[in-house]
Design a binder for this molecule. Structure first.
Ligand SMILES: NC(=O)c1ccc[n+]([C@@H]2O[C@H](COP(=O)([O-])OP(=O)(O)OC[C@H]3O[C@@H](n4cnc5c(N)ncnc54)[C@H](OP(=O)(O)O)[C@@H]3O)[C@@H](O)[C@H]2O)c1
Length: 312
């Protein structure tokens, strides 16, 4: 079995590559700014996508590349459509030509967040350019026979240098501690990090997400599957849980309403995804945040980087 992970330098792509390697799946990585061992690809350019397919000759393709900056998409909708929808169409076309299975990464942002949590059969109604273009991409991907779309949300993991919510929070905790010691950092205003208390969703542990995606792909599942952590939390409660389990003071956290944060794009508030379909077909679902954060705590303790947390 040969796989191609497109967007391999990103959070989901890097975890998928590791999951493939752990299962003995031969895997190629491709990205627009690739590390030396990976292939170059710009999914918005057909010639570039075809070259990557010719080099990898994949049987399964994981499309993790996307324009993921939600406010950035709102500011440049044409570019968001070119990458998120156009890139999915180009990738699906390459899969059609090469007979590869396509696994598309989708999002709970296809919903408006009025009545979550959502199942796979609920009607999407995106309220941001990111959500709209990801839904376009999902539909273009699913037009290919046998394609699989994975909807997920708030993906996090312990990965120094990355900008997922957990890493932002650890950075802010450290900045707040520095600030308290008189070394004020720009990222934390007056030593505080404002976190929305009205955005509900299911934080999802990246390595576990990757394992579930690979399992669904290897079982040749098709259509839409929700793959998210089993605890549905508002973002502020998730932040408090991180602090509690990782042993950080939470004084730097300040609850806020989304409307007070001045973000460019609208966010689905009462969101989250149901995993009944996953449970009925695989007999298990990803862990909740509490269990995953305990694993992260062990990981940090076992690493030299543990000092990042211990310093705070
Ligand atoms: N992370 C989440 O919480 C979350 C939640 C729901 C859904 N998803 C979906 O899951 C997928 C992966 O997300 P992620 O968090 O891993 O995103 P990410 O960390 O931003 O990674 C995306 C990767 O795609 C690359 N890329 C961007 N434009 C490209 C192009 N035109 N051609 C080739 N590569 C390109 C990026 O490269 P550069 O960084 O160099 O631009 C980056 O390496 C996305 O489809 C996203 O919509 C993520």
């Amino acid at each position: 079995m040969k796989a191609l992970v497109i967007g391999v330098s990103g959070q989901v792509g890097s975890n998928l590559k590791r999951a493939c390697e752990a299962k003995g799946v031969k895997v190629y990585g491709a990205d627009i700014n690739p590390a030396r061992e990976n292939l170059y690809v710009d999914i918005a350019r057909p010639d570039s996508a075809r070259s990557a397919f010719e080099a990898a000759e994949p049987e399964i393709v994981f499309l993790c590349a996307a324009m993921t900056h939600v406010d950035g998409c709102e500011k440049d909708p044409a570019l968001a459509e070119k990458i998120n929808a156009g890139g999915a169409e180009i990738t699906a076309d390459c899969c059609r030509r090469s007979g590869s299975k396509l696994v598309y990464l989708s999002t709970e942002y296809v919903f408006d967040g009025k009545k979550g949590p959502y199942s796979e059969t609920d009607s999407p109604n995106p309220i941001s350019v990111y959500g709209q273009t990801k839904l376009q991409g999902e539909r273009l991907a699913l037009a290919l026979d046998g394609a699989l779309s994975i909807r997920t949300t708030v993906v996090y993991g312990y990965a120094p240098g990355e900008k997922n919510f957990l890493m932002q929070l650890l950075g802010a905790a450290k900045s707040a501690a520095d600030s308290a010691r008189g070394q004020r950092q720009a990222s934390v205003t007056h030593g505080k990090m404002r976190v929305p208390k009205d955005q509900y969703s299911n934080p999802t542990f990246a390595p576990e997400l990757a394992e579930f995606i690979l399992e669904l792909a290897l079982k040749n599942k098709s259509g839409i599957y929700n793959v998210v952590g089993s605890e549905r939390l508002d973002r502020y409660s998730f932040a408090l849980k991180v602090c509690e389990i990782l042993g950080l003071g939470a004084g730097f956290l300040e609850p806020a309403l989304t409307k007070e944060l001045g973000q460019t794009a609208a966010r689905p508030l009462c969101a989250g995804l149901k995993t009944d379909k996953l449970m009925s077909e695989l007999g298990r679902v990803p862990s909740g945040a509490s269990d995953s954060l305990r694993i992260i705590k062990e990981l940090i303790t076992a690493q030299v980087h543990g000092s990042v947390v211990e310093e705070v």
